[in-house]
Design a protein around this ligand. Sequence first.
Ligand code: FSO
Ligand code: SF4
Length: 552
Amino acid sequence: MFCFQCSESMKGTGCTVQGICGKEPEVADLQDLLIWILKGISLWGVKAQEMGVKDSETGLYVAEGLFTTITNVDFDPESLGKKIDRALNVRRRIERIFKEAYRKEKGKEFSEPMPEACTWESSRGVESYKAKGAQVGVLDTQDEDIRSLRELLTYGLKGIAAYTDHAYILKHSDNSILDFLQEALASCLNDSLTAEDYVALVLKAGEYAVKAMALLDEANTGSYGNPEITSVYTGTYEGPGILVSGHDLLDLEELLKQTEGKGINIYTHGEMLPANGYPGLKKFSHLRGNFGTSWYNQQKEFEEFKGPILMTTNCIQRPRESYKDKIFTTGLVGWPEVSHIPNRVDGKEKDFTPIIEKALEIGDIGARPGKKIVVGLAHDQLSKVSDKIIDAVKTGAIKKFVVMGGCDGHAKKRQYYTDLAERLPKDMVILTAGCAKYRYNMLDLGDIGGIPRVVDAGQCNDSYSLVVTALKLKEAFGLEDINDLPIEYDIAWYEQKAVAVLLALLYMGVKGIRLGPVLPAFISPNVLKVLVENFDIKPIRTVEEDLSEIVG
Ligand code: FSO
Ligand code: SF4
């Protein structure tokens, strides 16, 4: 195996024996094969589009497949084997559709040679999938810079795919995003493309990352209303309880409906915290608050939480024996031998009965005190106080905003974000989204004239809200360049959704982003040079050094 897609890759270069995340080599090989076949599907898909074929089914499967291979989503060889079976069927189908359209238009059979990813077949199942996967992974691209750009592009696509998939689940669609996923993935099979071609595609991915986040914002707010400023309790109450982690709001809504009147309290965990701010979800009185912090603390926190746990998306970690029988996965998430709640069939709700029964069987989880934290400061709420914000900037009450969104993770170096948040001057406001916030959202950082010093817009995809806010401020101050705003960017990354967010910021022309805790292992020295020259990207340094630059 070889994987270097997240910030925690072994020795900062790549996992080769087993993933630090817990990914076994066979799982890595199966994921590599799935990505390779998705590239084959995409090339047929692009060709079909050229013949005027409109087919969102193929694009949606590509999105799901990409999402499946994001860090901490699917660790189950059996489910990956089934996803590859399905991918091969999707590929055969789109090949057939393309060939029919070609024959119709050209009056002859299509006979051009196609890359192996478009034609490879196997009837020998998972064992042959693993063997093939071992040959078609990241290192299959020999040139270091082309490999770096292809992977930067692919990881950005994974993030875009995840956000798009969430939006489609809520019945909001934009087929141009699905088309771009295929265009970009297919490009990774084209050996005649140059580094410049891939740089252009990477920036185009940034454009589509903005589109995907906007689509998901529309889907979330269209389904559940605009988030409202909400104070969320972080303790537990007496009585049975279920903890819901991940990003999928529809899963949470259906679980809330199915537990209504059953005496079960529902708590959010990790990236599900922002759900507490949506009117369409907070109306359920048994949504009682949030328990725990970010994904990387889950083994300790899931052990402490007495009730069952539902993982709706990443980031799942190896379940400890102490809670393996009460954690449930759903959607694209998988872990061997962990109970899985199956997908919706024929538009009907998922059936959460097994986890509900588990909660009732366990019974009282006990009351436990907790602090209160404020969520729900997405673009709509911010626009309601925009006059106040603009005044505060004009009078100097707010000197700067520091965007500190992104992901949390294990690295000790991430203490930087807590220390920086604590030491920022009192006239600076932190704008955040994603699980990175858990490094400082329990600190009492106060407010500036009623505006909290930690403005939490929501999940990592709600970085879109921060983009909207920045653009509104630019307009309000009559500025030409987004970089003239009093905003600093100090982004924490872990997995590939953060790569999509980063590409979105680059596409918007944001310069001088500090990236931590480490620079990605998949960025080669030459690609880094391009990023530094064009965007002034820099790694985080010590708190003192960065603080003096921010204050200066
Ligand atoms: Fe975090 Fe995990 Fe939301 Fe990520 S829980 S790390 S960027 O999946 O998606 O912020
Ligand atoms: Fe290693 Fe990260 Fe890949 Fe897991 S996702 S195998 S930790 S680089």
